[in-house]
Write a protein that binds this ligand. Structure first.
Ligand SMILES: *Cc1c(COP(=O)(O)O)cnc(C)c1O
Length: 353
């Protein structure tokens, strides 16, 4: 399939690096292609970033048949552009697609298309440390039909935005709140897929946490409300007796690519790593007996997010001495080092454009 390219008549101006937030500074072009049963994925094109025209009956607006991904392109000190494990994002997108009755993508084709798009938008990639070009591949159901079934037509698009440094105010631990009333996902549902509805389901608890002064919600499993699943839209890790522990992928947890990278690096460094069930009670007692030394979240946006305080009902625990832990720091430095081309990529995670 040939990608049609139509250039934008005008190009925008990238905001100064210090003014970049997250998810608002969109670039001049986007990649789009459509799906129909007869033609499969077809009409791939790079065109000026613009609004879509869609029927108000388009299924995505009513029944939420939508999946997405999130990854970044980074500028290296010698001016190369790098993607971090992009094929893993599209593999995961295909898993999400299967889970939501959406047709799968040809991974080589979409990675090539992404490279073309990012290259075209090179001027939008900021280069101060911590900044990046965020990439949002998305598929939405477009059939104009209110009958409940899987759509027969879809739109795939990739939009890009320049994003600022996540840690512009320092690598500081955040406070998190364990929800006793809300759950994000349940085994057998769609928690392990990156679908829009999981985010909609998380908003109410997120709001409550923010009102109480917490940065994120820590989710417990929906069946017993006992086992820790994730924090916000990040996977979660604990260091207990020098062992790195993270919840196993139970079906309701999103299989993070950062999570996998953290596990791989820690094992390479000779750390013991366990993927298993971890109850909130285990964490409270590990805090009490002093064996819990670090807690951090992992995800593409923040890479590593140290946790300094956890509130569960009337109990609040403080982790470490209020600064970010050694292992969190080391993982953050190593991962960002690889992403920005400053540390050797021994795992072949990086694709240079
Ligand atoms: C995207 C996401 C993550 C993190 O995945 P990465 O591939 O590491 O960015 C974790 N949890 C949820 C719910 C997510 O949507």
């Amino acid at each position: 399939m040939n990608i049609q390219i139509s250039q934008a008549a005008q190009t925008g101006v990238r905001p100064a690096d210090a003014d970049l937030g997250f998810g608002t500074a969109f670039t001049d072009h986007m990649f789009v292609m459509d799906y129909s049963v007869d033609e499969g994925w077809h009409d791939p094109r790079i065109e000026p970033y613009a609004n879509f025209e869609m029927s108000p009956a388009a299924m995505v607006f009513h029944y939420g048949q939508a999946i997405f991904e999130g990854l970044k392109a980074y500028k290296t000190p010698d001016n190369k552009i790098q993607l971090f494990r992009p094929r893993d994002n599209f593999k995961r997108m295909n898993r999400s697609a299967k889970g939501l009755c959406i047709p799968e993508l040809d991974i080589d084709f979409v990675v090539d298309a992404l490279k073309k798009l990012v290259k075209l938008e090179e001027q939008w990639i900021p280069d101060t440390l911590g900044t990046a070009l965020y990439i949002r591949p998305t598929i939405v159901a477009t059939d104009p039909c209110l009958g409940v079934r899987a759509s027969y037509t879809f739109k795939f698009f990739m939009i890009l935005c320049s994003v600022g440094a996540y840690y512009s105010e320092g690598f500081n631990p955040v406070k998190i709140w364990v929800s006793k009333d809300h759950v994000r996902a349940v085994r057998g549902g769609v928690g392990e897929f990156k679908t829009a509805g999981n985010y909609a389901a998380s908003l109410n608890a997120g709001d409550k946490a923010k009102k109480e002064g917490y940065a994120q919600v820590m989710w417990l499993d929906a069946l017993e409300m006992k086992y820790i699943e994730e924090v916000g839209a990040m996977n979660i890790f604990f260091v207990i007796n020098d062992e790195l522990v993270t919840p196993n992928l139970s079906g309701s947890i999103l299989p993070g690519i950062t999570r996998d990278s953290v596990i791989t690096l820690a094992q390479k460094w000779g750390m013991k790593v366990s993927e298993r069930k971890i109850s909130i009670d285990e964490i409270l007692s590990a805090d009490e007996d002093g064996s819990l030394t670090e807690v951090f979240g992992s995800g593409t946006a923040a890479v590593i997010s140290p946790v300094g305080e956890i509130c569960y009902g009337d109990k609040t625990i403080h982790i470490g001495d209020g600064t970010s832990g050694k292992i969190s720091m080391k993982l953050y430095d190593e991962l960002t080092g690889i992403q920005y081309g400053k540390v050797e990529d021994t795992e072949n995670w990086v694709e240079v454009i």
